[in-house]
Design a protein around this ligand. Structure first.
Ligand code: FAD
Length: 504
């Protein structure tokens, strides 16, 4: 498995394995970066190029997380619209966010030029379109917000995706790329510049000892002056798990009968919204479309999410074949902005970068800039905007109440919801289910040969009951988004330990 799910994303063939590289025990690094997605690889490279001695540690392989399951639109607008940022944080903050988006896009372009990266980068116009009157009011506010922060947004009569719309607006100079073609070259440059990269090494905790950080990993202790958790959500137990809600989003890459692949990026304003682009891979064209987001572990049948997405796409596109389908995880922050900086409740010099919503290609790159500036110069112009310790009661309260209610519901209700083990006979090969047996709850997976594999169904993070994800063949925790393979191994944090195996 090279991604955190069973289904193969369109990008996955570019995963590069570097094997296990033992580090010298006791060696001290200036910075330890944890996680080889876009945030971690970019941070490690920017720092190493500044002469900072870095080690990049990855639990699996590069692109294993959402950077291998993204759709890689590069936008200067975000899931949180600028009018909301202006309302909740003020106009100056919104302008700074827009500046950050442009700066991150420039960093990506600079790296592509500097290292001559062939990653299918291309400039595209973005199109937002409203499908009904409510969406149109939202679109009007989005346009006004964009104008206030200086983002060109023009009404146009044409929707390049052909979906009938009340109104269509164009936002020029967005872009797209192949995320793993880009990241594998950044990683190569990091290693060529003297950086140390270690795969198959999970970090479980960090503590301060004698003025240095000592990290506990599956390969032993590692010593550094600074540590960046570029893990999408920091591992272990901390306040970030109450400020970020995990969501799954579904994607399909399809071939079209009419060969009409729009060279554009598109978004409707449904809740959740659909997103569209096209991509040419090895001479073959695809339309890549996503949506049907839901809170992780909140649906009984993930196959139905794909079914709904497929049906929706068939209404609007002349689909010949669905060539790839996959799902992936993102984290919605309580107030809409990401958390980038010192991790609250951790020793000094331990940083996090999380809460990107569906915008982590740009925000992950911006996080790398922010954190590398803080570490190398002591400050960043963005640090107050993204401060993880900020409290925005008005903006975040509704979301925190909603998400806390959801966690309690899953913690209490799911404990009593297991089916009796007699139901196991009906379990199809290749599927899993939580069942009860002699007062215990078990997560049982029946493999393709009909053998049952039993795990304890308590998530090892905060003991909520995991739920079977029939499409990605994983056990997903509905409380804080930890995910485990059918063998119980950790796919996504914040959990750091596997589900307990009861088969042995
Ligand atoms: C379906 C979907 C589509 C998206 N489309 C877009 C888009 O078009 N544009 C956009 O800007 N954003 C998009 N996003 C969001 C974006 O892809 C993510 O925000 C971004 O990839 C996150 O990158 P990351 O490096 O922070 O995390 P990840 O890519 O998840 O990387 C984290 C890495 O850390 C490793 N790790 C985790 N825990 C540990 C540990 N304890 N020890 C060691 N290693 C660990 C993991 O194995 C993983 O490799 C999308 C998200 C989804 C779900």
């Amino acid at each position: 498995m090279e991604r955190d799910g069973q289904l193969e994303s369109i990008w996955q063939s570019e995963v590069k394995h570097y094997g296990e590289k033992p580090f010298v025990s006791g060696e001290r690094f200036n910075v330890m970066v944890v996680g080889a997605g876009i945030t971690g690889i970019t941070s490690a490279l920017l720092l190493q190029k500044k002469g900072v001695k870095c080690i990049l540690v990855e639990a699996s392989n590069m692109g294993f997380g959402t950077s291998g399951g993204t759709t890689a639109h590069l936008n200067n607008f975000f899931d949180i619209p600028y009018y909301q940022v202006i309302r909740d944080f003020g106009l100056d903050a919104a302008k700074l966010l827009a500046q950050g988006a442009n700066e991150a896009h420039h960093i990506i372009k600079d790296q592509i030029n500097l290292y001559q990266i062939y990653c299918d980068y291309s400039i595209r116009n973005g199109y937002l379109f409203s499908l009904d009157d409510d969406q149109d009011q939202e679109l009007q506010q989005i346009m006004e917000g964009n104008q206030k922060v200086g983002i060109d947004t023009l009404e146009t009569g044409v929707n390049p995706f052909g979906i009938p719309a009340v109104r269509v607006v164009e936002i020029p100079n967005q872009a797209q790329f192949h995320p793993l073609k880009y990241l594998r070259i950044l990683l190569k440059e990091f290693i060529n510049s003297g950086g140390t990269y270690v795969e198959n090494c999970r970090v479980s905790s960090v503590e301060e000892m004698d003025n240095r950080l000592v990290s506990n990993t599956t390969m032993g202790n590692l010593i550094s002056d600074h540590l960046i958790y570029a893990t999408h959500i920091p591992p272990g137990r901390n306040i970030m798990h109450f400020r970020n809600a995990p969501y799954r989003s579904y994607v399909m890459a399809c071939k079209l009968k009419n060969g009409n692949y729009p060279e554009a990026l598109g978004y409707d304003l449904s809740k959740p919204y659909h997103y569209y682009r096209s991509h040419t891979l090895d001479g073959e064209q695809f339309i890549i479309a996503g949506g049907e987001d839901h809170k992780t572990g909140d649906v009984d049948h993930t196959s139905e999410s794909f079914e709904r997405l497929g049906n929706y796409l068939r209404q609007h596109f002349d689909i010949e074949e669905v060539s790839y389908k996959w799902s992936s995880q993102f984290y919605e922050s309580a107030d809409g902005l990401p958390y980038i900086g010192q991790l609250p409740g951790s020793p000094d010099h331990v940083y996090c970068a999380t809460g990107y919503n569906g915008d982590g290609m740009i925000l992950g790159t911006l996080a790398a800039k922010v954190l590398s500036d803080i570490i190398s110069t002591g400050s960043s112009i963005y640090e107050n905007l993204f401060l993880p310790a900020r409290v925005k009661p008005v903006a975040e309260l509704g979301n925190i109440i909603k998400e806390t209610g959801n966690v309690i519901k899953h913690f209490v209700v799911d404990k009593f919801a297991a089916e009796k083990i007699v139901g196991l006979a009906q379990l199809a090969n290749g599927q899993g289910k939580v069942v009860s047996y002699e007062g215990n709850k078990l997560a049982v997976y029946k493999d393709e040969q009909g053998r049952s594999h039993m795990l304890k169904s308590d998530c090892t993070h905060l003991y909520c009951t995991v739920k079977w994800n029939e499409e990605e063949k994983s056990w997903d925790c509905p409380c804080h988004g930890s995910r485990f393979g059918k063998d119980g191994r950790v796919l996504n944090g914040p959990a750091v330990s596997p589900l307990e195996n009861l088969s042995n």
